[in-house]
Write a protein that binds this ligand. Structure first.
Ligand code: ATP
Length: 330
């Protein structure tokens, strides 16, 4: 089927967890649609709003003043009902009634799975834009929000370091990353961490203590250990702290869990530019008749990856960064 002949109205929505840059991507989808004389509709609260018909008409002027805002003006949600055939039928009916010919979903791999199933069931054109701070999606070197989150976390680590070095403290800092250590690895290097604990690598408690003892002997009076949420050493960061407290002398050991502050804030310049580029590609690809793809950044070029590959593929940790981090903590 040639979608290019029939696309006159495109919907856009955000789904799953929010991330900085989502607004910039919404703005880009709306303005690219306007540029090509295509109508654009915003859907509130992701798949929930899709099933409820919670739609709003968006013109180029409606999206002014949002490129610099974190979160998402369209709100976001997770939806159990969309996982059911009945829920998706409701969504399809609403789209047809509103004469919407295609949608762009900004979200993570769960949101892409929903879009892919929807496309298969109703032959409805869909396009994905990766929006998540974790950078855990295959087919793009950067997801929207990742760069902003890195800058936010590095700023927090710099502040914690002031306290660590004033009191000869050892700080365990937990950062987001349930399944992947991209945030931890990058901020660990940028924040001068002694050790970086990520889900992809199990250093073991004894090696951790050994390494911290070594750096203490080398003359360091304070240290930072960056721990990804999904790290497998110990049950959680507090257990880690207790173990190190019991097995090391001379340090006052503290924990700081950065939490949701990592997800908020104004998007970085990088994320704004990336969101603008991805929005243009998403709309123009739909207009060219492409469907069931995710827009990503590969070797600094905007490229399409089939949604199926984006969902199934694994975003791998950069081994060179692991080595750099080891050398830097010498
Ligand atoms: P994040 O990275 O923040 O977790 P995500 O897009 O992966 O973002 P999920 O909660 O996994 O977030 O998925 C968002 C929504 O996508 C779900 O609430 C659900 O409505 C829909 N979805 C996920 N998996 C499926 C599926 N197998 N079938 C239909 N819909 C799905």
């Amino acid at each position: 089927m040639d979608n290019s002949l029939k696309i006159k109205k495109i919907a856009v929505f955000t789904s799953g967890g929010d991330s900085p840059g989502m607004n910039a991507a919404i703005r880009s989808v709306v303005r690219t649609s306007a540029y090509h004389n295509i109508e654009c509709v915003g859907i509130y609260r992701g798949y929930e709003g899709l099933m409820e018909g919670d739609f709003v008409s968006l013109t180029a002027r409606n999206v002014k003043g949002i490129i610099n805002k974190g979160g998402t003006i369209l709100k976001t949600a997770r939806s159990e009902e969309f996982r059911t055939k009945e829920g998706r039928e409701k969504a399809y009916k609403n789209l047809k009634e509103a004469n919407i010919d295609a949608f762009v979903v900004i979200g993570g791999d769960g949101s892409f799975t929903g879009a892919m199933i929807f496309n298969q069931e109703f032959n409805f054109p869909v396009m994905g834009i990766p929006g998540t701070i974790d950078n855990d999606i295959f087919g793009t070197s950067h997801t929207l929000g990742f760069d902003t989150a890195l800058n936010t976390v590095v700023d927090a680590i710099d502040k914690i370091r002031d306290t660590a070095s004033s009191h000869n403290r050892l700080f365990f800092i937990e950062v987001m990353g349930r399944d992947v250590g991209h945030i931890a690895l990058n901020v660990g290097i940028a924040g001068g961490a002694e050790e970086i604990l990520i889900p992809e690598e199990d250093l073991g408690l004894d090696r951790l203590v050994e390494s911290l003892n070594k750096s203490r002997k080398s003359g360091k009076s304070s240290s930072i250990v960056v721990v990804a949420e999904g790290d497998k050493i110990g049950k959680n960061i507090f257990e880690l702290k207790d173990y190190v407290d019991e097995n090391m002398d001379g340090y006052d050991v503290r924990v700081s869990v950065l939490g949701h502050m990592q997800r908020g804030g104004a998007p970085s310049c990088f994320d704004r530019v990336l969101a603008s580029r991805m929005g243009v590609k998403a709309v123009e690809s739909l207009l060219e008749g492409q469907t069931n793809y995710m827009v990503g950044l590969l070797n600094n070029k905007i490229k399409l990856t089939p949604l199926e590959n984006a969902i199934k593929g694994k975003s791998k940790i950069n081994l060179e960064l692991l080595r750099v981090s080891d050398i830097m903590s010498t």
